[in-house]
Design a protein around this ligand. Sequence first.
Ligand SMILES: [Zn+2]
Length: 275
Amino acid sequence: MKSYLLACIIPILLAASASTPEYSIQAIRYASSPNVPVSELVIGAPKDEKIEITMVIWLIRGGGHTILFDSGFHRDTFIKDFPVTDYLRPDEAVRLAAVKPEEVTDIVISRAHWDHLGGIDLFPKANVWIQKEEYRYYTMDAWQPGGQHGGIEPEDAKQLVQLNTEGRLRLVDGDDVEIFPGIRAYTGARHTYASQYLRVEGNPNFVLASDNCYLYRNLSFHMASATFSDADHPANIAAQSRMIELAGSADRVVPGHDALQFQKFPTHGRIAQIK
Ligand SMILES: [Zn+2]
């Protein structure tokens, strides 16, 4: 009888512990960048049109986790070539949402580019999640003859290896992988070698696209974001359609660098309350 009861109760307990918390999602703007040619973000857009883009970290809280999606940057290597305004270091930006840097439990990295990966060393206790192929490529093949490492900061690649030796690196292996209860990572087109985006399940679902979709315009005009190679453009457009499906509405796909997310959702200062 006892074992029968246990057999009944254990699955119920397991189901309860794995249930999806109702996560909150905030977009935190840590900088802006003026005069970016739209044609670099939306393939096929007019060459002479320029816009101000936002540099964003997304904060997801729930189920005992304080998760950042992307980590911004703080090294000045790229600032010369890519001028930013209104810059606030990512750990200071996160404090505006009443989160201390050491309270961040996890950072999910969409891609290894400097403006997404470069802040991982500002959060001393966080585990860092990255696609396994992205890690492998940018700590190895990218620096070999024929490799591509444009936009990758060598110090960031070293930091990834360092985190791995400390047991703080979590490798996500491929598409449609649940990494926290109700938060799944997806791959699609190769924005970098193996970039990923997230769906946060809840009432309702949201997709955080990062640079797999730069602007709302990519979604509404079905135009590709810049990708690892031109051959990946059709895959990027397909990935954007899939994002809309996964979110249940184009309104709930949050693009990576679009300032409109700070108008579309209730915003105070640098923080938009997406959910
Ligand atoms: Zn970016």
